[in-house]
Write a protein that binds this ligand. Structure first.
Ligand SMILES: [Fe+2]
Ligand SMILES: [Fe+2]
Length: 284
């Protein structure tokens, strides 16, 4: 049994649908797929893609990303209602959204999350960027998500992190792989020199500072409390494979076709990335 990582497949793009349709129907039948969010805001598309992947893999794990919780079509009263609807959909399809031990070898623990904006608290991954627009007027989540059911004085990030709390104090009798949609650490936002080698991309959005909406440090705290060996995440559409203080952080995003054309998404290959092989009992 092997564990594979993939995220941000954004099924609203034809190029992405074609990429996904090419996945083998025989190569992964004993394997696990971790799908770290951002499939589609369209629940019917989400249902179709999750069933498609359930037919290819022995297990599929999923956490919703920000795009999956958009409610501009009026299908749910707010993004919290949509979150529960997406989780119900996963249950009906046999897609895992709760901690589960697979192949008697490894625990997969989904971590729900959101980002903390700089004005929301010190858990934000914010890093100043000269000339950025602090109002984030180009950031679609501010128009397409709603949080009516959120208690006063609670951030969206705190709401989701609280859901993970019940998993933190338990004993897990095998190595742990965690995953989230959002980033757990500020340093993962930025390419290392090696990752940036040969990359000649100029900043396509100089006024957009991604770190305002990247993730939250509370996630990292949960990853460490769990004693995770590997953490898979998505959201930024920048692929990473980095060992930091004994945790391997992996992001393997399909992203947008234009990002692949510009060379911003690298090392994608033609399928999900293997991050664990039970025959070797270790991360790879
Ligand atoms: Fe995405
Ligand atoms: Fe995202």
């Amino acid at each position: 049994m092997r564990v594979f990582a993939l995220s941000d497949i954004h099924m609203d793009y034809n190029g992405n649908v074609l990429w996904l349709e090419k996945l083998s129907s025989i190569d992964y039948t004993d394997d696990v797929l971790i799908l770290a969010g951002d499939i589609s805001e369209d629940l019917e598309k989400l249902r179709r893609v999750l069933s498609f992947l359930r037919n290819k893999f022995a297990h599929v794990f999923f956490v919703p990303g920000n795009h999956d919780l958009w409610v501009r079509r009026g299908e749910c009263i707010d993004s919290i209602a949509k979150f529960w609807r997406v989780l119900d959909l996963c249950t009906s399809l046999g897609v895992q959204t709760q901690p589960t031990k697979v192949g008697e070898a490894v625990w997969i623990i989904p971590l729900f999350s959101w980002y903390v904006k700089p004005e929301e608290g010190s858990d934000s991954l914010f890093t100043p960027k000269e000339g950025d627009d602090p109002t984030l007027k180009m950031w679609s989540d501010d128009y397409f998500t709603k949080w009516m059911a959120l208690e006063e004085n609670t951030t969206v990030a705190a709401f989701f992190l609280r859901m993970n709390e019940k998993h933190l104090g338990k004993h897990y009798d095998a190595p742990i792989i965690t995953f989230s949609h959002f980033l757990p650490r500020r340093d993962l936002i930025f390419s290392t020199q090696t990752e940036a080698t040969g990359m000649t991309v100029r900043d396509p959005n100089p006024s957009f500072n991604f770190s305002r909406v990247a993730g939250c440090a509370g996630l990292e705290e949960q990853i460490r409390r769990l004693g995770s060996s590997v953490h898979v995440y998505g959201h930024q559409h920048r692929n990473r494979h980095r060992l930091i203080d004994s945790v391997l952080y992996v992001s393997h995003c399909l992203g947008y076709p234009r990002e692949r054309e510009r060379g911003q998404i690298r090392g994608l290959g033609d399928g999900p990335k293997m991050i664990w092989d039970s025959a070797m009992q270790e991360k790879s």
